[in-house]
Design a protein around this ligand. Structure first.
Ligand SMILES: [Fe+2]
Length: 291
């Protein structure tokens, strides 16, 4: 096979920076206690930082011509904001039309309250962004996109989880029948941070529904899962399968600045590298202390 590459982005999350501006010390401390390092930001409105960072990532894609760009969820901060959505789509419209762009459902895109999907919020998502789970192929590699919000919280959308699990198994089986060299999965939530047997937490798919998916990944030999949601880079592994959480194009909550990942797929494997954005936002640790 001929080696090729793609751009993986996550958490453009237009509107998040403004929503976190002017936070009190108590609010910042509360987020820190939940594992999110929030940099102090002077109050502002709109989404200037997100626009600058996303435009840079799109310009880099136009320069380097990957086979596709995928945005692993939380395109917007407020699922009901038509302004945020319009700005994401306006910037995405700057991508060279010969490069496909794929969207992955994040909790801020498909959750009615940014967490739990409802029939109306799922329908609204599909109207704007397209299917919330689907597959595509490129260069002998099979790619599968999943909706981890429905996996994490299926309670208000009866039948959706079951349909998605049937789709997943059928796609994995079909990928192997096609003599696929590799299977790569895209999600918003990582399945786990350290190992599949860890307990539940805000950043991962609930264990009860995580383990059946991991069993399928092991059975069909998935090479890697690329996710977002954590707003920082993180790397784990299960039986040779990489579990990669990629830092945000938007607001960082860990030790990495805003950025995106270039993944190269080649014979028998893949390699990947995170690229910080010059117009991205720094992590909390880089902010000068204003106490
Ligand atoms: Fe998220």
């Amino acid at each position: 096979m001929t080696a090729f590459n793609f751009f993986q982005l996550a958490d453009t999350q237009f509107g998040m920076s403004a929503s976190l501006s002017n936070r009190s010390d108590a609010q910042i401390a509360d987020m820190a206690s939940r594992g999110m390092k929030v940099r102090r930001v002077a109050p502002f409105e709109g989404f200037g930082p997100e626009t600058a960072a996303f435009e840079e990532a799109i310009a880099e894609a136009n320069r380097l011509k990957p086979q596709f760009v995928i945005v692993c969820g939380d395109m917007v901060n407020d699922p009901d904001s038509s302004d945020e959505r319009a700005e994401v789509l306006r910037v995405a419209g700057q991508l060279d039309p010969s490069i496909p762009i794929h969207w992955v459902a994040g909790n801020h895109d498909i959750g009615a309250d940014t967490i739990v999907p409802t029939p109306a919020s799922v329908e609204a998502y599909r109207d704007v962004w397209g299917d919330d789970y689907f597959s595509f192929q490129h260069g002998g590699t099979s790619f599968i996109v999943l909706d981890t919000s429905v996996m994490d919280h299926p309670e208000q959308v009866p039948g959706e989880l079951e349909s998605q699990m049937r789709f997943l198994e059928a796609e994995l089986r079909a990928a192997r029948k096609r003599d696929t060299s590799q299977i790569i999965v895209f999600t918003h939530y990582p399945f786990f941070l350290d190992n599949p047997d860890e307990g539940d937490g805000y950043f991962t798919v609930a264990k009860e529904r995580r383990l059946p998916v991991i069993e399928l990944f092991r059975k069909y030999g998935v090479s890697a899962v690329f996710a977002g949601h954590w707003h920082r880079n993180h790397y784990a592994e299960d039986n040779g399968m990489l579990m990669v959480s990629t830092g945000p194009v938007g607001f960082p909550l860990g030790d990495d600045a805003s950025g995106y990942r270039i993944v190269e797929v080649h014979d028998g494997g893949l390699s990947h590298e995170y690229h910080e954005l010059l117009n991205g936002q720094p992590p909390a640790g880089n902010e000068e202390d204003k106490e």
